[in-house]
Write a protein that binds this ligand. Structure first.
Ligand code: HPA
Length: 273
């Protein structure tokens, strides 16, 4: 079967043979943010390279597997490693796993990423709840024929980040003494970080953070009617007065520092779902 729906059926059938119980929540972990997997009572792991029609992850810091198990007493599936446009994947490939998770029956998708802050009030290590995104400067995963079985031709994007999930996450954060920023995520393709002029432009356009993932995944989730909660770990600040540079290592290091806060929020949120 060569339609998207047909491929998805084959992928989902393969996974369901290995993992009989449906996960309730899906989780995507961003660069340097894989520690949550250590908290899961793992029941099954499936490497991306073994899953029919799945792309294979290449970037440093990603191990590339689906992890099924229990977290906070709930059945979850975690994408350890995601696909990026800058690796050469099409936007449809980047978003393919989200369609698979939706068809496996998840009721909510929790997404994390590392992002560059362009809001002057942010500092490295902050967590930003994503309240909205700007995706028109990256590539849309719904370009091409629309398969109505998956979702509408022109999906509504007025609230792709669920207010209900945001409210629950805020309650979890305050119960754990974790302070949160919130703001708009600006999607780019990467892989080069932004020039100073680009960081300024992104700020001017109304965003608070910029990153190279998430937008395609969230558009596909909206297409399929799947509620999303997204958090950016602010790993670097794009707009600064000094002559700062940005490195991938810095991004990974800051992500690690902020990771325990993220883990606490995801664990607490999963418990509430
Ligand atoms: N720009 C784009 N993507 C990023 C950044 C950034 O500054 N930091 C982490 N991911």
């Amino acid at each position: 079967m060569s339609t998207l729906t047909g491929k998805l059926k084959e992928t989902v059938a393969f996974i369901k043979r290995l993992v009989p119980a449906d996960p309730q929540t899906g989780i995507i972990l961003g660069s340097g943010l894989g520690n949550l997997t250590g908290e899961i009572q793992v029941e099954q792991e499936i490497y991306y390279r073994d899953i029919p029609h799945f792309p294979v992850s290449t970037v440093e810091g990603h191990s590339g597997k689906l992890i099924f198990g229990m977290l906070s007493g709930k059945r979850v599936v975690v994408m350890s490693g995601r696909f990026h446009i800058y690796e050469g994947y099409s936007p449809q490939e980047v978003a393919y796993p989200v369609r698979v998770l939706a068809l496996l029956g998840i009721k909510a998708l929790l997404i994390s990423n590392a992002a560059g802050g362009v809001n002057a009030n942010f500092k490295p290590g902050d967590l930003m709840i994503i309240t909205d995104h700007i995706g028109i400067f990256t590539l849309n995963p719904l370009i091409g024929a629309n398969e109505e079985a998956l979702g509408p031709r022109f999906p509504d994007m007025s609230a792709p980040y669920s207010w209900e999930l945001i409210a629950k996450a805020k309650a979890v954060a305050s119960a754990n003494g974790i302070s949160l920023q919130e703001g708009v995520y600006f999607g780019v393709t990467g892989p080069s970080f932004e020039t100073r002029a680009e960081y300024r432009l992104i700020r001017t356009l109304g965003a608070d953070a910029v990153g190279m993932s998430t937008v395609q995944e969230v558009i596909v989730a909206a297409h399929m009617g799947l509620p999303v909660f997204g958090v950016s770990v602010i790993s670097n600040i794009g707009i600064r007065d000094d002559n700062n540079t940005v490195t991938h290592q810095e991004v990974l290091d800051e992500a690690k520092t902020a990771e325990p806060k993220l883990t606490a929020i995801f664990k607490g949120l999963v418990a509430e779902l």
